[in-house]
Design a protein around this ligand. Structure first.
Ligand code: SF4
Length: 408
């Protein structure tokens, strides 16, 4: 890999100071390309070899090679044949990240129609997820997913948005092992984005039948010792790691981040993806690309092997500092303690992000509607003490006032 500036090492990255804390590890220079391998096996499409192909890395103990850029299915997909999926595939981005709930349930149908129409099931890696976490519900949801996606196997199946680690029970392990040996599911893992991400990563590292975790991870968190230690534990245990929410939760602050739209060679969106890829413990980043232009930009960032240089990192650090008070980490235990009303602040902030940033207005409203009535009573709640308790200075009164307007 070339560098457009002085090469940034992992030590440098951890010293960027985006989050206070002692550095948990130091090590070899970043070289995202070091573990990238071409893919000579089923499910690893090298689609149009006359075109440059997105680099690939091995996903932990699955031993499988996947592209570093994954196509998020939480966007509107054409139910007949989605052109974004086709374009991604041409450049080797053959991994689709679906879920039973994405698109109000339409995502899996669109993925099924896409691969059957083009007859490319074997060239596609499909991950989907179950919102049911108990063994019976998990198996039932998998069956429905297979039916909707018109396939007899899924490459990976996740527990979706796991928060309670108790669901990784012996009963679930028995079910997972049966489904895996029966061929309906090739690999198993979970996704997580709540305040206990580090705890769940440690649990994954200690649970041999968990092969992969997709978790909230972005440039704001590089100095977080607890998270870094948990990531290291996963890497040591062979748990394949996929980053999501890489844009750093930019709910309701478009005007602020526009000042940082370009860090130099890269747009801000490209730069934060490259920041995740610079961490060679992470196999891939999933990206919500809701139009061809975003897909094109992200493909360009993945295909260009130029690493972020010092100037890019400095720009990202400035961006992180300037927008820190807009980005919610979902650590409700910190601000929620100061609330008299039972409002799940981290969740509401996440729904606001779905609404404002991902453009998933219906999904955001639907998720908000599912909250108990007392948790939706944003208009009368006092967020003063919660804002004061937030270590990042998130202006909750402003965000919740907006949430009440657009989500309720
Ligand atoms: S508002 Fe602050 S303390 Fe509350 S969940 Fe978000 S980042 Fe954490």
């Amino acid at each position: 890999m070339r560098s457009n500036d002085k090469q940034v090492t992992r030590r440098d990255l951890l010293k960027l100071g985006m989050v206070a804390g002692t550095i948990g590890f130091v090590g070899r220079p970043f070289s995202a390309g070091a573990e990238e391998k071409p893919v000579p096996e089923e499910g690893d499409a090298g689609e149009d070899l006359s075109l440059p192909q997105v680099p690939r890395r091995i996903l932990g103990k699955t031993g499988k090679s996947i592209p570093i850029l994954l196509v998020g299915g939480g966007v509107n997909l054409d139910p007949r044949f989605d052109p974004k999926l086709a374009e991604a595939l041409r450049f080797g981005a053959n991994y689709v990240d679906a879920a039973d709930c994405y698109g109000g349930g339409s995502c899996e149908t669109a993925v099924g129609n896409f691969h059957t129409r083009a007859d490319i099931r074997k060239e596609l890696w499909i991950t989907s997820k179950s919102d049911a976490h108990d063994p019976e519900g998990f198996e039932r949801t998998l069956e429905t997913s297979l039916e909707k996606m018109q396939t007899d196997y899924v490459d990976m199946y996740y527990l979706h948005a796991l928060q309670n680690g108790d669901y990784l029970s012996d009963e679930l392990r028995t079910t997972v092992e049966r489904l895996r040996s029966g061929g309906k599911m090739r690999h198993f893992g979970f996704s997580c984005h709540h305040e206990n991400v580090a705890e769940l990563l440690r649990l994954a590292a200690a649970t041999p039948w968990v092969e992969s975790v997709m978790f909230r991870y972005n440039f704001r968190q590089y100095g977080d010792k607890e998270l870094n230690d948990a990531i290291d534990a996963c890497v040591k245990a062979g748990v394949g790691l996929i980053a999501m929410k890489t844009q750093g939760s930019e709910a309701s602050f478009r005007e602020d981040w526009r000042k940082f739209e370009r860090t130099g060679k890269w747009t801000k969106h490209q730069a934060v993806l490259k920041a995740v890829w610079a961490d060679d413990r992470i196999t891939a980043a999933v990206s919500h690309m809701d139009n061809l232009e975003k897909l094109k930009q992200n493909l360009a960032a993945a295909l260009d092997r130029t690493e972020l240089g010092r100037a890019d990192w400095n720009a990202l650090e400035k961006y992180a500092a300037a927008t820190r008070n807009h980005a919610c980490d979902g650590c409700d235990h910190l601000c929620g303690a100061g609330m008299s009303a039972p409002i799940p602040i981290g969740a509401v902030m996440r729904y606001l992000m779905y609404h404002d940033v991902y453009g998933e207005r219906e999904r955001a409203r639907e998720l908000f509607t599912r909250l108990p009535a007392e948790a939706r009573n944003l208009a009368t709640a006092d967020f003063g003490s919660a804002s004061a308790a937030c270590p990042h200075g998130v202006d909750l009164a402003r965000h919740m006032e907006r949430a009440a307007r657009v989500l309720a």
